[in-house]
Design a protein around this ligand. Structure first.
Ligand SMILES: CC(=O)N[C@H]1[C@@H](OP(=O)(O)OP(=O)(O)OC[C@H]2O[C@@H](n3ccc(=O)[nH]c3=O)[C@H](O)[C@@H]2O)O[C@H](CO)[C@@H](O)[C@@H]1O[C@H](C)C(=O)N[C@@H](C)C(=O)N[C@H](CCC(=O)O)C(=O)O
Ligand SMILES: Nc1ncnc2c1ncn2[C@@H]1O[C@H](COP(=O)(O)OP(=O)(O)OP(=O)(O)O)[C@@H](O)[C@H]1O
Length: 489
């Protein structure tokens, strides 16, 4: 692509120099190490490093032009912009010929439920014969090929590149608040913007709930002119979001379980089975959901309303939800031979922990045990609330290690002991080795008990523990196998 053509997407970067205008650009890079001759290098001011420091390297590797935020004179064409991340999104979508215009794009934001709703929607759309790309915490899937994600929301360059490769009719994308602040969705054009809920998380990054909420509202800036919002009004923040969107005159559909909305949920049963009825345009549809928990009723309702508005037959939506295979590491149940149930889940907020532990109560668990830890380098202000919720809803909790992300182990252990001494009320234990904590619970569980292991979901451990396994699921399967071998002997 000619440089002049590419720069049209950036205000104020036009050039009169004919030679510069005709320069051919064969790719965009934000990492100097990946430059090949003919690329344009976009220097990003990062959290760890300043990309401007690598401009020299990029030029040595053959960068044909550079974009940055500083006032510089270089031997290759250089264009100064106010915000390089923003420029990157615009450049990437222009370079790849605006790939989100070639398909229906569904963006999902909110604190909890993004991954679950995205999997439910993908399953419904595929059951109706559609092809779907997916971008989220668990994986990126494009043309049925699965990629390991770097972030929940890929950076603009990777996102636009993968969208350009996609031959799928739909793209479903989890849009994290970090991605919105970092303009990773810049250049994206969305048909449906979904909001799940908002609760205490990521305040290390956003400082206050109000600022966190404001960031979430930014996803709707990327709606196509004919695009729509679909908002769950289950949380008060959902009602706030609807008000905000109404002020901005953005067409919205809403759902709730307590008032009249475009979709209303009622007759919820959570005891043993998960069953509910949705009413939409005066018609009622009963759903038997194979996923436990009230939170999953809300997730399914959001997926239902979106699929319905897309035009999928409601009978087909019901059938797809009833056959939903679940999401890796989200309420994944594994049985102990003695009848106890172990659940692996990704809960890492107070809200999510409450939904999980309430589900065990609704199923009349004999005793509830909760094993969890805290992620290093992430919002520490939510930890106290997580322990309070766990302590008030379960019979026993075990604090253990999650990913340290560079935080010294002793510091994390000290914090676990401090929180346990404040909120443990004789129910709390600290077993630092995560697999030893799981083994302890396995050996002590009895028929009818529910044991939650939360925070890591399907993710691999970043630390070596005493059991020869690399995830919570592997730990449980290892213990299950060991049990079976002992019975044979
Ligand atoms: C704190 C944070 O959000 N960091 C994100 C950010 O990285 P950064 O800007 O800090 O990168 P940096 O290391 O300082 O590098 C700056 C620039 O120098 C360049 N560089 C660097 C070295 C070199 O030799 N040459 C060179 O050009 C780098 O390519 C980069 O462009 O921009 C990167 C590209 O988009 C992200 O991958 C990265 O996410 C990190 C890995 C991360 O862990 N982020 C978390 C907090 C996050 O974003 N999480 C949300 C989900 C949250 C949730 O809902 O749970 C997510 O969307 O994943
Ligand atoms: N609608 C919901 N409301 C509250 N909690 C939920 C909801 N849906 C899921 N959860 C809880 O949050 C956890 C994470 O769910 P999910 O992965 O679907 O959300 P997410 O928004 O993608 O989170 P992340 O970005 O951290 O992956 C689940 O394991 C569950 O405990």
């Amino acid at each position: 692509m000619r440089l002049a053509e590419l720069l049209e997407c950036l205000d104020g970067c036009l050039t009169a120099d004919v030679a510069v205008k005709e320069t051919e650009i064969n790719g965009i890079q934000m990492d100097s190490r990946k430059i090949i001759p003919g690329n344009i290098f976009v220097a990003i001011t990062g959290f760890n490093m300043d990309g401007h420091r690598f401009i020299k390297d990029a030029i040595e590797k053959g960068a044909a032009a550079v974009i940055g935020e500083e006032d510089l004179e270089l031997e290759v064409p250089y264009f100064r912009v106010a915000d390089s991340r923003l420029a990157l999104g615009k450049l990437a979508s222009a370079f790849y010929h605006y790939p989100s215009r070639k398909r229906k794009v569904i963006g999902i934001t909110g604190t909890n439920g993004k991954t679950t709703v995205s999997y439910m929607l993908k399953h419904i759309l595929e059951s109706a014969g559609k092809t779907v790309s997916l971008f989220g915490t668990v994986s990126y899937v494009v043309n049925k090929e699965v990629y390991k994600p770097t972030n929940t929301t890929p950076d603009a360059l990777q996102l636009q590149g993968l969208l350009a490769q996609s031959m799928d009719e739909y793209a479903i994308l989890e849009v994290s608040s970090h991605a919105l602040v970092q303009s990773r969705a810049e250049g994206l054009e969305i048909d449906y913007g979904l909001f799940t809920n908002l609760s205490h998380d990521h305040l290390d990054y956003h400082q206050t709930m109000e600022k966190y909420f404001k960031v979430k509202t930014q996803m709707f800036n990327y709606l196509k002119p004919e695009g729509k919002a679909i908002v769950s009004e289950i949380s008060d923040w959902g009602c706030r979001m609807s008000e905000e969107l109404a002020q901005r005159k953005i067409p919205s559909l809403t759902l709730s379980d307590s008032k009249s909305t475009d979709l209303s949920i009622d007759r919820i049963k959570l005891n043993g089975i998960t069953q509910f009825t949705v009413t939409i345009k005066g018609e009622k549809f009963k759903v038997d959901l194979p996923c436990p928990g009230l939170h999953n009723v809300y997730n399914a309702a959001l997926a239902f309303l979106t699929a319905y508005d897309i035009g999928i037959n409601p009978g087909q939506i019901v059938r797809a939800l009833e056959e939903f295979p679940g999401v890796p590491g989200r309420f994944e149940m594994i049985s102990h031979p003695n009848g106890a149930i172990f659940i692996i889940d990704y809960a890492h907020t107070r809200d999510a922990i409450e939904y999980c532990l309430h589900t065990a109560k609704q199923h009349h668990a004999r005793q509830i045990t909760h094993i969890y830890g805290f992620r290093g380098g992430r919002d520490a202000s939510k930890r106290e609330d997580m322990v309070k919720a766990s302590s008030s809803l379960c019979d026993q909790f075990i604090l253990t290690l999650d990913d340290l992300n560079g935080v010294p182990e002793e510091e994390m252990i000290e914090e676990m002991h401090a929180l346990n001494s404040r909120y443990g009320y004789q129910k709390g234990l600290v077993i630092t080795d995560r697999t030893a904590a799981i083994q302890f619970a396995w050996e002590n569980a009895r028929n009818g008990d529910w044991v939650f292991i939360t925070g890591k979901g399907p993710e691999e451990y970043k630390t070596d523990f005493i059991l020869p396994v690399s995830s919570d699921k592997e730990a449980l399967l290892y213990l299950q196998e060991t049990c079976a071998e002992e019975q044979v002997v």
